[in-house]
Design a protein around this ligand. Structure first.
Ligand SMILES: NC(=O)c1ccc[n+]([C@@H]2O[C@H](COP(=O)([O-])OP(=O)(O)OC[C@H]3O[C@@H](n4cnc5c(N)ncnc54)[C@H](OP(=O)(O)O)[C@@H]3O)[C@@H](O)[C@H]2O)c1
Length: 251
């Protein structure tokens, strides 16, 4: 993988090994929310309903690095269900990378669901080493919430009729989970951008035209948001972009 932007000032350090990739994606200390997506050139984020068809070995490497650098993976219930999410296993490429950079190999996954739709019998709950977190709101069915708590899920009630994302990020930070990698999907991205809580968008641009399919955002934002380009890497025609959102401090 090579760095296209910012330039290296003429030196030959533009090729990134695993250590270089970790440094390329480090966040500033403290609270940080990054959104990680892959999209085709025409903005589709799925092929046949899932993201796998857009991926590449380089994208999977970046995906692992962004997980390894985070305290918690945040994901919408739609994405967790569609993409078949599992807990991050200690003996996995992400777990081993975390250990290699001096972090605990285990990390929790936090699922955002207004209706507390997470299945207490799913592997995401039953196989978790770091208990899975549910981010929901007070209007979610109390029996569902209780069943998830009984199954070992850490249930965070943030908001009354809808999930209050700033409050959810506060609650995660109080648990020591301040650096968040959010893996979508489009509804969660839209609501997080509209709430003004996103610091960074890491968008892999796949050299493909797909048409139709699910788009990056599932609806209009209240106002258009301008992003600032921080970094572009490239491998096999795939661009790995890193954008600052909302005037967030430069990484
Ligand atoms: N290419 C990529 O990088 C990428 C990344 C992610 C997803 N995807 C694709 O996107 C599709 C999933 O789309 P989706 O719209 O279902 O995505 P989603 O945003 O993951 O899920 C929507 C569901 O998550 C919950 N949710 C999301 N945001 C919420 C919020 N702010 N407050 C409360 N609940 C919230 C709700 O669950 P409840 O209904 O349970 O309340 C909602 O119905 C899949 O096809 C997946 O493959 C692609």
């Amino acid at each position: 993988m090579r760095r296209l932007f910012p330039g290296s000032g003429g030196s030959d350090d533009t090729q990134l090994d695993d250590g270089g990739l970790v440094e390329a994606y480090r966040c500033p200390a403290g609270r940080w929310l990054r959104m990680n997506f892959i999209a085709s050139l025409d903005g589709a984020i799925t092929v046949g309903g899932v993201s796998e068809g857009l991926g590449s070995p380089g994208d999977r490497r970046v995906f692992r690095v962004l997980r390894a650098l985070a305290d918690v993976v945040l994901v919408g219930h739609g994405t967790a269900a569609t993409e078949g999410y599992h807990p991050v296993a200690q003996d996995s490429p992400v777990g081993r990378l975390r250990e290699a950079i001096g972090r605990s190999p285990a990390m929790p996954v936090a699922v955002v669901s207004r209706r507390a739709s997470l299945d207490p019998a799913s592997g995401l709950v039953t196989d978790a080493v770091s208990p899975t977190i549910l981010v929901t709101c007070a209007s979610a069915d109390p029996d569902r919430r209780a069943a998830l708590t009984d199954a070992g899920v850490d249930v965070l009630v943030c908001g009354d009729d809808d999930v209050d994302l700033p409050a959810a990020l506060d609650a995660l930070a109080e648990r020591g989970l301040a650096q968040v990698t959010c893996e979508g999907g489009p509804q969660l991205l839209r609501t997080a951008v509209a709430a003004g809580v996103v610091d960074e968008l890491d968008l892999s641009v796949s050299p493909a035209l797909v048409g139709g399919e699910t788009r990056l955002l599932d609806g209009a934002l209240p106002v258009a948001v301008r992003l600032s380009l921080r970094q572009v890497l490239e491998e096999d025609g795939m661009l790995f972009t890193r954008y600052g959102v909302g005037g967030a401090a430069r990484p």
